[in-house]
Design a protein around this ligand. Structure first.
Ligand SMILES: [Ca+2]
Length: 546
């Protein structure tokens, strides 16, 4: 056998094809054939990520409050992961975990105040080196310039919903329109212009539905004809919990901002401190956009000002306005993902393109009376994660294996036929995508949140979640534990940590938690190091935490 045949056989073996493929392929045996065949076979990857899109706001996850027919297409034609969790439930750290396949304490990006060390190993860099065309379009949020991409066009910082600025490979450009539509247009343009002879990896990252939940004009009246039902635990009184649940600053009732979040435009003589984001957003609109915006919110805001509310009625008003705007933002994401899926079908790219939809973490949709994320409770710990690759995934499959954002990088590399670097801490999901249930799959996940004192005042904590239990340790200005039996108490209202009947379970979980900390390289020393660094930074530059 010629050397080229050997090389080809090795490649086919690596890709899971046997000798039959070799025999059937025709034996030209030259390198170009091999490269062409390799590129034709390797899947394209479209990694769609929204910002703060909770799984319980997707109809494929049983949402009681909205429909997402286009996102559901990915789940219905692929695999829905019901137990996908983030390792640190906040925007930039989750993105850093996804890129590196490493926990925050190893990639260094423990909180939103950090700047990502772009010199480190990431999966896009490895894909690029292996011959993939790589592109990143939309939200980035890691401060340093993206590395490992042939093309990038990103929102600066959090970005704006209307007429947003983008930074295209270092150059600022202002676009006219609504951000979710623009990001999708840019992705479609890139797909049309890409080189057809190479596989690609496109990171299609939405800003929506991040705070302050500013909908497209065409969606302003969506949900006008209904009330969004309150979640079961909206009026959680935190009775059995630690002070962490009581001392946060993220309640719908008290911490949503009237102007910035709820779109109640300030009166001419109203000198409120919460106008800044509202004004920035409003002032970006052109005259026609402002006219349509005012025509919708104006009369509703006047009615709000004429009404006298009890505290509970006011909380419900805030919930409705918050949730409706949040869901309207998701409606635009859903429509636009539909446009992208249609494009893949029309261009026959769908068959060999892995399409992933996820969010950097979940979100509280009034659950526990909250908005935002950070806590290790289910609603923000859980990430929607749906994957379609017609070549591999059978339609409508559901996985209950415990997976993490830590697994995304190893999965993408594995699907591209590349070996996963040993220092990545996640595990490829390829067997699960193929419908297998690996017997040695993990039975628990480890979580660690750091950003305190800071936005929303969610105390530092780490913990373990198994299929049935969750044990959380809050630390720093508190030393408190919480235990939940998710089977008996799915809404996490009853902290069982001090219940003697659960003593053995606590003991076992604490031991498991220590093993996980050790396995993933986290430690009390590292925790202290990051805390000292955080507090020093806060003293030297207080505004960084505002
Ligand atoms: Ca986020």
């Amino acid at each position: 056998m010629k050397k080229s045949d050997n090389t080809r056989r090795e490649f086919l073996k690596a890709m899971g094809w046997g000798a039959a493929s070799l025999a059937a392929g025709g034996c030209t045996g030259n390198f170009n054939w091999l490269e062409g065949e390799k590129n034709r076979r390797r899947p394209n990857i479209i990694f769609i990520m929204a910002d703060d899109h909770a799984a319980h706001a997707l109809s494929c996850y049983g949402s009681k409050i909205n429909q997402t027919p286009n996102l559901d297409r990915i789940a219905h034609e692929g695999v829905r992961f019901d137990n996908c969790f983030c390792t640190n439930g906040i925007c930039a750290p989750s993105r850093a975990v996804i890129l590196t396949g490493k926990y925050s304490h190893l990639n260094g990006h423990i909180d939103n105040t950090k700047t990502f060390d772009g010199s480190q190993q990431t999966f896009p860099k490895i894909l690029q080196k292996a011959g993939y065309q790589t592109a990143l379009i939309g939200k980035w949020h890691l401060k340093s310039d993206p590395q490992g991409f042939d093309y990038w066009n990103i929102l600066p910082g959090q970005g704006d919903y209307y007429n947003p600025d983008f930074i295209e490979m270092g150059t600022n450009t202002k676009y006219h329109g609504y951000v979710t539509d623009i990001i999708t247009d840019l992705c479609l343009d890139w797909l049309k212009d890409r080189r057809p002879d190479q596989p690609f990896c496109l990171m299609y990252h939405h800003k929506a539905p991040h705070r302050s939940w500013i909908p497209a004009l065409r969606h302003l009246s969506l949900y006008d004809d209904c009330d969004i039902p309150l979640p079961e635990n909206f009026f959680d009184d935190y009775a059995t919990r630690s002070d962490a649940a009581r001392q946060q600053e993220m309640t719908v009732a008290h911490h949503l901002l009237l102007h910035n979040d709820l779109k109640v435009s300030p009166l001419p003589d109203e000198k409120s401190t919460d106008q800044k984001w509202w004004l920035e957003n409003y002032n970006r609109m052109d005259e026609q956009q402002k006219k349509l915006w005012d025509a919708y919110y104006g009369p509703r805001n006047e009615a709000f000002r004429r009404t006298t509310f009890t505290p509970q009625e006011l909380a419900k008003f805030k919930y409705q306005r918050y949730l409706k705007d949040y869901l309207r933002c998701i409606a635009a994401v859903d429509e636009n993902v539909g446009r992208l899926l249609d494009y893949l079908n029309q261009t026959h790219l769908a068959e060999n393109t892995v399409v992933v939809y996820t969010s950097d973490q979940g979100f509280y949709l009034g659950d526990h009376g909250w908005f935002d994320k950070r806590f290790m409770y289910e609603e923000s710990l859980r990430m929607p994660f749906i994957v379609r690759w017609p070549k591999m995934t059978k339609p409508g499959r559901v996985s209950r294996e415990m997976v993490m954002n830590l697994d995304f990088a190893p999965t993408f590399l594995d699907l591209a036929g590349l070996s996963v670097p040993r220092d990545m801490q996640g595990r490829s999901l390829q067997p699960i995508l193929r419908g297998k249930h690996p017997g040695d799959w993990r039975t628990a996940v480890y979580y660690h949140y750091y950003e305190y004192p800071g936005w929303h005042m969610v105390k530092r904590h780490y913990g373990i979640r198994t299929q049935r239990y969750k044990l959380i340790h809050f630390y720093y200005d508190i030393d408190a534990w919480e235990l939940y039996d998710l089977q008996q108490d799915p809404y996490e209202l009853n902290n069982l940590y001090h219940n003697p009947a659960y003593g053995d379970i606590v003991k076992k979980l604490k031991s498991q938690l220590q093993l996980l900390r050790k396995e993933y390289g986290d430690s009390d020393e590292l925790t202290q190091k990051y805390l000292d660094e955080y507090l020093r930074q806060r003293r030297e530059k207080p505004t960084i935490h505002q």
